[in-house]
Design a binder for this molecule. Structure first.
Ligand code: UGA
Length: 280
């Protein structure tokens, strides 16, 4: 598409690196971001400390990485005259509603420190876009639970696949009835690209599928696809975990012309292969 891309991450790039991308390995908390943004029209802000469950113990790090780093980036966007910011937010900001699809116009009610920091970051980005005389417009994308090759190893689907392939045990937090709207990573990338060029701006948009599946059903489906059952051990539910996430996808369709297209069982296959490749 003729874009010049700079990738900033505190971790070094993973092989294979993308040709034509300039990689900067540095922390948004220390980097001279304005210098890196000279001439940039668009910023996609995906950097964060993720994970609901560990956020009770490491709150300072979540505040620094998710709010402090976002503020530094926003100052730099303002200084460098960036026109569009796409920021990754999270379905966790809705909290524990357990009733119908989550809609962007519902009041957020986060139930974990992680979700509080994601909500703050999202709102800060919208606040910067509302400053008088700014060129910046923001679109905050609330990602539902993202899966696919490269998924974090502490997340449910990675853990089930790993446990099934190695004949090891997976801990289930609660009774396995909690439900998630899982969205494949390629669909998420399509939503981000749509938001980079979407007209208007200064709004929040869900990025989910509109369907949900329980933890127990996910284990059964993966066992069928892999041909092996993981060993499961029930543990108590973890604080901050919600019973149900399900996106209302109407705004994404209307404003971004985005609809998730990858069926769950199809998206799981490349993730199974990617985990298998790490074990051989
Ligand atoms: C995920 C990401 O970790 C968040 O960064 C993201 O913001 C969030 O999705 C989101 O949707 O907004 P989570 O739903 O907790 O959070 O994703 P998983 O780690 O895949 O967990 C899904 C469910 O499986 C949770 O109920 C969790 O308690 C359960 N689980 C997870 C287990 O029972 N055992 C495990 O070993 C891991």
């Amino acid at each position: 598409m003729g874009r010049r891309v700079v990738g900033i991450d505190r971790r070094p790039p993973v092989d294979p690196v993308r040709p034509g991308v300039r990689y900067v390995t540095n922390d948004l908390l220390h980097l001279d971001i304005t210098r890196e943004l000279q001439g940039a029209s668009t910023v996609v802000h995906l950097a964060a400390l993720p994970g609901v469950r560990p956020s009770w113990e490491h709150f300072d790090q979540y505040v620094q990485s998710n709010i402090g780093a976002t503020r530094r980036l926003l100052e730099a966007c303002a200084e460098a005259g960036v026109r569009r910011l796409v920021i990754a937010s999270s379905s966790s900001v809705y909290g524990d509603r357990n009733a119908g699809p989550m809609r962007e116009d519902q009041a957020p009610a986060p139930v974990s420190p992680y979700a509080v920091t994601k909500l703050a970051a999202e709102q800060l980005a919208l606040a910067y876009a509302h400053r008088p005389e700014t060129a910046l417009t923001t679109i905050a994308l609330r990602f539902f639970t993202v899966y696919g090759p490269g998924q974090r190893p502490d997340m449910l689907i990675s853990r089930i696949i790993d446990a099934a392939l190695r004949g090891a045990e997976i801990q289930i937090y609660g009774d396995g009835s909690q439900r998630r709207d899982f969205i494949f990573v390629h669909d998420v990338v399509r939503a981000i690209v749509a938001a980079m060029d979407a007209p208007g701006g200064n709004y929040i948009c869900n990025v989910g599928t509109g369907s949900d599946i329980s933890v127990s059903e996910t284990i059964a489906l993966l066992a069928k696809l892999i041909g092996r059952e993981p060993i499961t051990r029930m543990e108590c539910a973890r604080p901050g975990d919600v019973d149900l996430t399900r996106a209302d996808s109407i705004r994404a369709a209307e404003l971004l012309d985005f609809r998730a297209s990858v069926p769950f069982h199809e998206g799981l296959l490349p993730q199974i292969e990617a985990v298998r490749a790490t074990l051989t």
